[in-house]
Design a protein around this ligand. Sequence first.
Ligand SMILES: Nc1nc2c(ncn2[C@@H]2O[C@H](COP(=O)(O)OP(=O)(O)OP(=O)(O)O)[C@@H](O)[C@H]2O)c(=O)[nH]1
Length: 317
Amino acid sequence: MSASLRDFIVDEVGVGLFAVDRQMNLLLWNRYMANHSGRTADQVLGHNLFEVFPELPRKWLEKKIQSVFILKNFAFTSWEQRPWLFQFDHNRPITGGIDYMQQNCTFMPMKGENGEVETVCVVLFDVTDAAIYQRMLKDAMRRVEEASNRDGLTGIFNRRYIEHALTTEIKRVKRYGGSLALTLFDLDHFKKVNDTYGHLGGDEVLKEVSQRVAANLRETDILGRYGGEEFMIIMPATDQEQAYQVAERLRELVAAEPVIFGEINIPATTSMGLTLQADHHESAADLIHEADLALYYSKRNGRNLVTCYDPAVHKEI
Ligand SMILES: Nc1nc2c(ncn2[C@@H]2O[C@H](COP(=O)(O)OP(=O)(O)OP(=O)(O)O)[C@@H](O)[C@H]2O)c(=O)[nH]1
C-alpha cells in the first residue's frame, strides 16, 4: 500500500485515530481527531498527550495505555463505563440529556521488529446514537413499567400493584417482625352519586378522594385503587391505634369538604375497615378478608365510619 493511500485512509476513515509512544508523545493524529478537538496534527504531533490535553483523565488513561505496552494485548473501553475520553461535541439535535459525544475506544498494540510494543494506537468510535437510543429505550421501559402499576383514572397504584405490595409487606413482617396495618375503604352510596351527578361527576369524586388521601399519608404508606370505588391503604410499621387515628383523619378529611365538580358541590363520605397483620394470617387474602369484614360493619352501622376488625365481634356474614 502506498504511503499516500494509507494517509488517505487514516484521514477519511470516519473514526478517531491517534497513537502514542511509551512517553505518551503523540505520533499519529488523524483528521477526525483534528476536526473534533480543534487541534491540527501539526500542533500536537511530537507533544505529550497529557500536556496538550490536560483535561484527559490522566491517571486512568495512562494506566490503560501502559497496560497495552506491557501485556501486548488489545484493550477496550465502552461508553457505558466511561461515556467519553475526549470532550467532543456530538452535534445531535435530540440528545436525550447526553452532553458530549459518547465514545467506545480500542487500544491496539503496534509491535516493532523486536516484538516489543513501540506504539499504542487508539481508535475512537462515536457511539452517541446508540447511547441516545439505549437511554430512550430505558426511559420508555421505565414509563411502561410505571404505567402498568397505576390506575388510569386516579393515578394511584392499581389493584395488581397493591396486591403485590401487600404480599411483599407481609413477607417482610413475617421475616423481620414489626407491625403492618391494612385499611380498605369504600365511597358511600356511590351508585347514587353516579345516578345524581353522572358518571363524570362520580369520576371526579374518585379522583379528588384519591388525591386527598394520598396527600395525607406517610411516604412509606401505599395507597391503591382496589376496585371500582374501593381503595386500599397498606401502612407498614403501624399499630392498631396509629392506623385507627390515620383512618379517622382520612374519613374526616373526605367528609369535611364536598368535591367540586364544575359548578356543583358533591358531598362524599367513606366507610373504612382496618385490620393488622398477625401470625395466623397465611396470605394477603386473609388480611384483606378481615379488613373487608370490618368495612362491611362500617356500612352496616351507618356509613362514614371506621371499624377495626375484632374477631369476637365481626363474624362471617
Ligand atoms: N363514576 C364511576 N363509578 C364507578 C366506577 N367504578 C365503579 N363505579 C360505580 O360505583 C358504584 C358502586 O355501587 P355499590 O357497589 O352499589 O355501592 P354504593 O352505591 O357505593 O353503596 P354502599 O357501598 O353500600 O355505600 C356502582 O354504581 C359503579 O358503577 C368508576 O370508575 N367511575
